[in-house]
Design a protein around this ligand. Sequence first.
Ligand code: SF4
Length: 445
Amino acid sequence: MKFLIKDLGLDAFKALVEAEQQAIEFKTVTINEANYTASTPVIVQAPQVNIKNQKAFKLWQSTNVIPQKQTDYFAIGIKVLLGDFYTDKARLLADLVDNYAAGEIRLTLRQNIVIPFVKLDLIPFFYQELKKLGFADPGYNKAVDITACPGTDTCNLGISSSTGIAQELERVIKTEYPQYLENKDLVIKISGCMNACGQHNMANIGFQGMSIRTKDKLVAPALQVLLGGGNKGNGTATFADKVVKVPSRRGPEALRRVLNDYEANTNGKLFAAYYQEKGEKYFYDLLRDLSSIDNLTPEDFIDWGTKETYIKAIGVGECAGVVIDLIATLFLESEEKIEEAKAAFENKVYSGAIYEAYRSMVNSAKALLLSENISTNTQAGIISQFEELFVDTKKMDLGCSFSDLIYQIKEQPPTEDFAINYIKSAEAFLTIVRESRAQEMAKRI
Ligand code: SF4
């Protein structure tokens, strides 16, 4: 969406959103608050706890326990490395919060977990139990708490590793800059590509996965270092500046340089203010030599978190390493969307039913375009390309133009009658494109 808004401008984007309002069945929805009970903390005697390492407990308490506005209650923040949370731990955590808090957890933007409504005398017990689960790391929402998208681990759009470098940077902070375990004013975020799922451009220090090409045409994993971004509160924020691109292996050194410089010269200023004062050029000069590709070592060609030599490859989505019949899979997805449309219709959510039927038609059209090796991008593009290639040329007879058929969604109010007819249209369309594909395949045999 951010790229679209950049291309169109905010006003044009808003106008397009406005034009789609017709398809929304309900403009306002009444919510009965009585159906949503407030958290009810349990009243329980605090079990006996014997914490041997009081220093570690105090540190955890100072970084991970937050007083709530409700008197006598505290929220406990769990720092979840990379947001990886497994079912065995989830079950134990669920028992813990059911029995000793309010039976409720919150998942947070920074890939963490919050347990609200913990009584003061239960905090040592929670510490002991969370420690058993490996969930008592100090530094919740502090500088050491680095956010990272999945990057090249599972996302085919990832260009270089974000999780591997995140773990290494956390290690650097814990071992070399322990004072940042308690610093909540410095935010570090990492994304594996420019799509910014890790929100690196909204961080004080951000890293974005890239690649770097040497003069010998070798390719190494790299990181764009971004500085000075952040959420300022009250609905305002600053986008980070792209300062310099460095080979990924030098990411930790880039962080050290920035932190060392900040420590030496900050005079008590927060990082955001310090960056504003010094400016992009100052930090570019500070990091510039790290961008050199004249002195790369063999290690620079191995990304963080892997032992393999780096290969730059971008795929189509999250489906990694599986060989599939893409066209057949798209047809199955179209079927699923029709089923979802019918389910929504049964539930009398007509706007939802219409939307799923629309998605089915777009998906079916995309399948046929892909079978002709035509790459597709936007939904509008799919509709116009399909029209041109199959309907205008009379390869396919829909009884009307494809855009007239599919864009009824814009013209018609989301009534029950329209929903049922539109679902039937999606089913008929899927049958037609499937037959067309089958005939094409028969010709090729
Ligand atoms: S699209 Fe890019 S930013 Fe988003 S998860 Fe994949 S690699 Fe990360």
